[in-house]
Write a new protein. Structure first.
Length: 314
């Protein structure tokens, strides 16, 4: 099944995508986090509601789609450097913060307040960062709690998949000692969706990820190119640490990011970024000037020259 979250009559609702329509599910089923936490019984209730044949149908293109998950219990769990071509393209461009090729997955987290819908505007403020970058990623959602999960049983803990754009502020990454939390956690900057596709409907290794900026193809890779495949990611991430139903994990980005290009390419207000993936639909988001700086006492980043080309002028 393909689930969508959206607004209907001023309320957040969920439904099952059926072609160009969405079957509106009863309010009693809750949101997608409730469905995930409800396990097989909740999915059976969804199927029963569909079998009745009386669910209202809504035109998909007329809905305001929300992020599939809107109530995360913890930070977004993230994987860095999970495509070797991406790790290699950044060599010498990390401003003295280069490291050897990792022997195990690199994990970090980002704030839940980054998450926005698949068509929402991305908040942009040049005072927060002079180096805004795009990152197309496959996201997965955990369906069953587990700690120290074996790789050979890890896929049983995956509930479903969607797309994410891990918009990053490269200068903030460097400013804070090379750790990534701050440079990945700016409010309103991570599109998620457009649908949450259940694991039984998608082979993640068949997904081709692409990112376009103003219509120009910037990233193009197969999920099968991951340095550490999904079962290994889950085994390593859950090692001594409980993964919980509803946890959101983004699995890394392939080569082609703006920071690694010659000349570098960074996003600006007015740019449109499209992230698409086989069987998962697409995210289409425009960067819009937003006051993120307010009255901060931290020096604005506008003194840094963005340098390089703009995506529309490559």
């Amino acid at each position: 099944m393909r689930f969508a979250s959206f607004t209907c009559d001023g309320q957040a609702r969920i439904g099952v995508v059926e072609g160009e329509e969405v079957a509106l599910l009863p309010l009693a089923l809750g949101d997608l986090r409730d469905v995930i936490a409800g396990g097989d019984a909740a999915l059976q209730a969804v199927a029963a509601a569909q079998r009745g044949g009386k669910l209202p149908r809504l035109a998909l293109d007329r809905l305001r789609l929300l992020p599939p998950l809107q109530r995360l219990r913890r930070d977004v769990l993230c994987v860095g450097w999970n495509y070797w071509d991406h790790f290699d393209e950044g060599k010498g461009k990390r401003e003295g913060q280069d490291v050897p090729r990792p022997q195990a997955p690199t994990f970090f987290t980002k704030s839940p307040d980054t998450v926005i819908g698949p068509r929402d505007d991305i908040a942009f403020d040049a005072r927060i960062s002079a180096k805004w970058d795009y990152e197309a990623e496959l996201a997965l959602v955990i369906g069953t709690d587990g700690r120290s999960i074996r790789a050979d049983s890890a896929m049983r803990h995956v509930w479903g998949y969607c797309l994410a754009n891990d918009v990053s502020q490269r200068d903030l990454q460097r400013r804070h000692g090379g750790q990534w939390l701050k440079g990945k956690s700016i409010d309103g900057t991570m599109p998620l969706g457009p649908f949450l596709v259940t694991a039984d409907e998608l082979d993640p290794e068949s997904v081709r990820l692409q990112c376009l900026v103003n219509g120009e193809l910037m990233q193009d890779a197969s999920v099968a190119q991951m340095a550490f495949p999904i079962p290994e990611l889950i085994a390593e991430l859950s090692f001594g640490m409980t993964l919980q139903a509803g946890d959101l994990v983004i699995t890394g980005t392939p080569a082609g990011v703006g920071n690694a290009r010659e000349p570098q390419v960074f996003l600006r207000a007015g740019d449109t970024v499209t992230v698409r993936g086989t069987g998962l639909g697409q995210l289409v988001n425009r960067l819009v000037d937003t006051d993120l700086y307010h009255q901060s006492s931290v020096p604005a980043m506008t003194g840094n020259d963005t340098g390089g080309a703009h995506a529309g002028n490559l």
